[in-house]
Design a protein around this ligand. Structure first.
Ligand code: FCB
Length: 468
C-alpha cells in the first residue's frame, strides 16, 4: 500500500535531537534464567510455564540466554552497538521472594552489578519494576484482582527506589498492564492463566493503582519531582509503559471512524485516561452490562493520576477496525492486507505515526514520550558456517519505523528515545523460544551469541554512517 511506503528523503541519526536515547529492551523472565539461584522465589511464569499445554513445546525461562551470568558479554554487545541505554526489568521474586515481608539482598546485588557494568561501559540503566513476573505467593493470595497486590507492589517499588536509587537512570513502573490484566486474568493466554472478565478489569485497576502508589512513593522521597531528597535519591525520571492500540478505520465512512474510536477504549483509554484524571471508559460497560466495572474506591483515581515524567509506548502494529452492528460494541477487527512478521502481526510503520499523534494529542503534550519497545520476530537462521544471520526483513522493518519516528519529531512530538525489542532472541512468553526478536541470534544449545545483519545495521544508524 502506498500509505505504508518509506519516505524517500535520506536522513540519518544526526537528524534526531541531541541526547536522543537509543536503546534495547528486555525483561527479567525472558532473558535471565537462573530461576533458582541466590534466593529467588517462584513467579507466576515459573508456575505457568511448567503447566503442561500453556507454553509451546513446554519451554520455560529456566535458562533462556542466561543473562544472569552472562550480562558482561551482553553489555559489551550493547556498547559495541553504540547504545545509550538498556531497558531491563527487575524480577520482583528475586528481590522479595514472597512478594511481601523480607527482601533478598542478593537479588538487589544482581541489579547493582548489572547497572555498574552498564555504567562502566557508558550505558544508562533503565529499570522496569514489573514486567509480568509476579511472586507466586501473591498470586496464591489472589493476585492482581486483589487490591492488596497494589499495596505490595508499592512497597516493593519503594524498596527498589531505596536500594537501587543510585544505580538507575530511568524508572518504569509497569510494562503493558493491559497484558498483565487481560491476557493474564481474562483471556488466560499468559500467566496466571485465568479466564474471567471481572478479574481482568479488577486486575487492570489494581495495576494502575499500584503504578500510582509507586509514583507517589517516589515523589515523596524528594518532596518535589526532580529534587534530590535527604535519603534515597529520586532524581531519575519515572514513567510507565503501555501497549496502546489506536486502530485505523477500515474506510473513511463515519461509522468506521466511530468504530475505530471505540476500538481504542479498553486497550488505550482504560489505561491512559485515569492517568489524566479521567474516568474509565463508560461506553464499554454500557455495551456489556453483565461485566463488572473496575472496583474503584474513593481516592484511587487521584492516586493513579499522580503525574509521571514520561510515557513509554510499545508499538508493534496497528489493527484495522470496521463497524459491525452484530458486535455489542459495534466494531470488529478486519484484515489489514499487509505483509506480516513471524508473529502474524501486520507490518504497519505509518501506524506508529498515527499512534504517536493520537497519544500526543490525547495527553495534550503534557509529558515526553519514549518508544520503549519496537521490533519484529522473523524466521531467522544461521548461515551454514554458523557465523552470520541475514535478516533483511528486520532491517527493513526497523528502517521504516525509525523513519516514521523521525517524522513524528519533526512534526512536533517530543519523542526522547527509541528502544528496540530486543538485543538477543529470548523466551517469547506462551510461544517459548519459537519466535526470534533479537538483533543478536541466540544459539540456545551452547549460549553462543551471533550478531545478525540488523545488529550491524543499527550500529551504523546510531553512528550516523547509515541513512535511515
Ligand atoms: C511485548 C512484551 C515483550 C515482548 C514483546 C515481543 O508485548 O512487552 O516482553 O514479548 O511483546
Amino acid at each position: 500500500m502506498k500509505d505504508e511506503q518509506t519516505p524517500s528523503r535520506a536522513r540519518s541519526s544526526a537528524d534526531f535531537p541531541t541526547g536522543f536515547l537509543w536503546g534495547v529492551a528486555a525483561a527479567s523472565y525472558q532473558v535471565e534464567g537462573a530461576v533458582n539461584e541466590d534466593g529467588r522465589g517462584p513467579s507466576i511464569w515459573d508456575t505457568f510455564s511448567r503447566t503442561p499445554g500453556k507454553v509451546r513445546h513446554g519451554h520455560t525461562g529456566d535458562v533462556s540466554v542466561d543473562q544472569y551470568h552472562r550480562y558482561p558479554e551482553d553489555v559489551t554487545l550493547m556498547r559495541q552497538l553504540g547504545l545509550g541505554a538498556y531497558r531491563y526489568s527487575i524480577a520482583w521474586p528475586r528481590v522479595q521472594p514472597d512478594g511481601s515481608g523480607a527482601f533478598n539482598q542478593a537479588g538487589f546485588d544482581y541489579y547493582k552489578r548489572l547497572s555498574d557494568e552498564l555504567h562502566r561501559q557508558g550505558i544508562k540503566s533503565a529499570a522496569t519494576l514489573y514486567h509480568w513476573d509476579l511472586p507466586q505467593a501473591l498470586e496464591d493470595a489472589g493476585g492482581w484482582p486483589e487490591r492488596d497486590t497494589a499495596y505490595r507492589f508499592a512497597e516493593y517499588a519503594a524498596a527498589c527506589f531505596a536500594e537501587l536509587g543510585d544505580y538507575v537512570d530511568m524508572w518504569i513502573t509497569l510494562n503493558e498492564p493491559w497484558c498483565s490484566a487481560v491476557l493474564g486474568y481474562d483471556i488466560g493466554e499468559h500467566a496466571p492463566g485465568h479466564t474471567s472478565k471481572s478479574k481482568g478489569w479488577a486486575a487492570g485497576h489494581h495495576l494502575m493503582l499500584g503504578h500510582g502508589l509507586a509514583v507517589h512513593a517516589y515523589r515523596s522521597l524528594s518532596g518535589t519531582a526532580g529534587q534530590p531528597g535527604a535519603g534515597a535519591r529520586a532524581t531519575a525520571p519515572i514513567g510507565v509503559t503501555h501497549n496502546f492500540e489506536t486502530p485505523r478505520p477500515a474506510t473513511l465512512h463515519p461509522e468506521d471512524i466511530e468504530a475505530a474510536d471505540r476500538g481504542a477504549d479498553m486497550r488505550t483509554r482504560f489505561f491512559l485516561d485515569p492517568m489524566l484524571g479521567l474516568p474509565y471508559p463508560e461506553r464499554h460497560f454500557a455495551a456489556y452490562p453483565e461485566e463488572t466495572p473496575p472496583p474503584v474506591l474513593e481516592g484511587d483515581m487521584e492516586i493513579i493520576a499522580t503525574p509521571v515524567d514520561f510515557l513509554g509506548l510499545n508499538y508493534y502494529f496497528e489493527p484495522v477496525v470496521a463497524a459491525d452492528p452484530e458486535h455489542p460494541e459495534g466494531f470488529c477487527v478486519v484484515d489489514s492486507y499487509h505483509e506480516t512478521t513471524d508473529m502474524g502481526w501486520p507490518i504497519t510503520p505509518r501506524g506508529l505515526s498515527r499512534q504517536l499523534h493520537w497519544i500526543w494529542d490525547h495527553i495534550g503534550g503534557r509529558c515526553p514520550l519514549y518508544i520503549t519497545e519496537n521490533g519484529c520476530a522473523m524466521p531467522d537462521d544461521l548461515t551454514p558456517d554458523g557465523m552470520r544471520c541475514h535478516d533483511p526483513l528486520r532491517v527493513q522493518y526497523l528502517r521504516e519505523h525509525f523513519s516514521v519516528a523521525l517524522d513524528a519529531i519533526e512534526e512536533g512530538i517530543d519523542l526522547r528515545g527509541y528502544f528496540v525489542w530486543s538485543l538477543i532472541d529470548n523466551f517469547e512468553w506462551s510461544l517459548g523460544y519459537a519466535k526470534r526478536f533479537g538483533l543478536v541470534y541466540a544459539d540456545y544449545i551452547n549460549q553462543r551469541r551471533v550478531p545478525k545483519d540488523s545488529y550491524f545495521y543499527l550500529r551504523e544508524v546510531i553512528s550516523g554512517a547509515e541513512a535511515l
